[in-house]
Design a protein around this ligand. Structure first.
Ligand SMILES: *Cc1c(COP(=O)(O)O)cnc(C)c1O
Length: 426
């Protein structure tokens, strides 16, 4: 599918007058339409809830929009819990799917009434010691081990993943939790990341639904909710076919009717914890070409760097790039698009065929709305960019200002470095 930015060149030229590049831009209209489609796709399930994975885009303005569509928060750290609480998302609207969790975070999650999703059998005792009880509602994360395949060949290796209980531990764990007073039980699993197929959730649902039936038969424990977690991906590449959430919802419905309904488990609620699918395609990184360099390769240096978007450097991830205003020109130049870090993997694209780029051209790096800004870091003293929301009426609004040197130096409590700097800083 042809990938087009959600802003026009004219719009963007206006926006950059107000907000200097680089910045992440988000499409409110797209986020809303998608959240509505997700809600509709699972409306067949009475208890359905999407818990937005806060780590994907921890911005209160974005989470508030998702909340309007019934989304809760999937948190895994203290600050994510605090953000959720500040937005009035509490109680069972929080799924606390953490791992290697400090006791204070279990305590805070419990104080907010969050559903705690345990990552390991040893965390049962750990949680009990941390909060002085086992909550009435509790969830466990399952790791089936082995290699997990989805029909189109997408796979991952759960056996190498640090998360979750083995099957034996899971059966033992539910038994212990019940003895310790738990009354409502959840089952969770996250097996493959960024799947671009409508078959992943239905395949995972089959695995978990069959397990829920087995748990009922073997232990007499009814699983109240099944959490399919994240993993629904984004078509980062133009040749990929985007996921169809309606088809995915229908696929899960079919397996639900086939396995859970005949087992008398028709009241099971389905939960999801999508991050990438909720916001990924509705964000982009806007950057300006500031240098060109002709050595053994052709380089375009831009004013963004891996500190603003780490995925290409970290995973070699593909992000599509549009040179604004040159959409219809031939892609007859081969470039590396590079940032300023003193780190040779700071490349947004390698050997990418693009139209001829001139200094001052605006580049849109697509699909940065999830795990984009959020993974930002401060290597080389590079500062976080701003985040701007393109509202439904086309007005750009600042939803997070750019970091300043003052922010960057703020943690030197014992050494007030700023008082020795008697010059202006942004
Ligand atoms: C990261 C994560 C998610 C979200 O994953 P996406 O691939 O962004 O949908 C959901 N649940 C847990 C526990 C996670 O760690």
């Amino acid at each position: 599918m042809k990938k087009e930015p959600f802003v026009t060149n004219e719009q963007l030229r206006e926006i950059v007058k107000q907000f200097p590049t680089p910045f992440h831009l988000y499409d409110e209209k797209g986020i809303r339409a998608n959240a509505q489609a997700v809600r509709e796709a699972f409306s067949w399930n009475r208890g359905y809830r999407e818990y937005f994975a806060v780590k994907a885009e921890p911005n209160p303005f974005i989470i508030k929009i998702l909340k309007e569509y019934g989304c809760g928060c999937d948190c895994s750290s203290m600050t994510e819990l605090m953000l959720s609480d500040a937005l009035g998302i509490r109680g069972e609207n929080i799924m606390f799917s953490s791992n290697e969790t400090p006791p204070q975070e279990f305590q805070f999650a419990d104080r907010l009434g969050a559903i705690i999703n345990l990552d390991d059998i040893t965390h049962i005792d750990f949680l009990e010691r941390a909060i002085g009880k086992i909550p009435e509602t509790i969830s466990c994360r399952y790791n089936p081990g082995g290699v997990y395949k989805v029909s189109n060949g997408i796979m991952d290796n759960p056996q190498d993943a640090k998360y979750g209980f083995t099957k034996e531990q899971l059966l033992e764990g539910y038994k212990i939790l019940k003895q310790k007073g738990a009354k409502r039980f959840g089952l969770h699993s996250f097996l493959v990341s960024n799947t671009v197929t409508n078959d992943y959730y239905p395949a995972l649902a089959r695995t978990l639904f069959e397990l829920a039936v087995e748990i009922k038969e073997k232990l007499g424990i009814t699983i109240d909710f099944i959490n399919l977690s994240g993993g629904v991906g984004v078509a980062y590449r133009p040749e990929e076919e985007p996921n169809d959430i309606r088809a995915i919802g229908q696929g899960v419905h079919k397996v639900f009717d086939e396995i859970l309904v005949p087992a008398g488990l028709q009241d099971t609620a389905i939960y999801t914890e999508m991050g990438r699918f909720m916001t990924g395609p509705y964000g982009c990184l806007v950057t300006t070409a500031v240098h060109e360099k002709h050595t053994y390769k052709e380089y375009i240096g831009v004013d963004a760097c891996a500190a603003n978007l780490m995925r290409p450097a970290m995973y070699g991830a593909y992000h599509h790039i549009t040179v604004m205003g040159k959409e219809n020109q031939p892609c007859d130049h081969k470039y590396d698009i590079v940032g300023s870090l003193c780190e040779n993997n700071d490349k947004f694209a390698v050997d990418r065929m693009l139209p001829e780029i001139g200094i001052g051209d605006l580049l849109v790096i697509h699909d940065t709305g999830a795990h984009g800004f959020a993974m930002g870091y401060n290597y080389n003293g590079r500062l976080w960019s701003a985040e701007v929301l393109l509202q439904e009426d086309g007005t750009p609004t600042l939803i997070r200002r750019a970091q300043t040197p003052k922010d960057y130096f703020a943690t030197f409590d014992c050494f007030d470095i700023l008082k020795d700097m008697n010059y202006e800083y942004r």
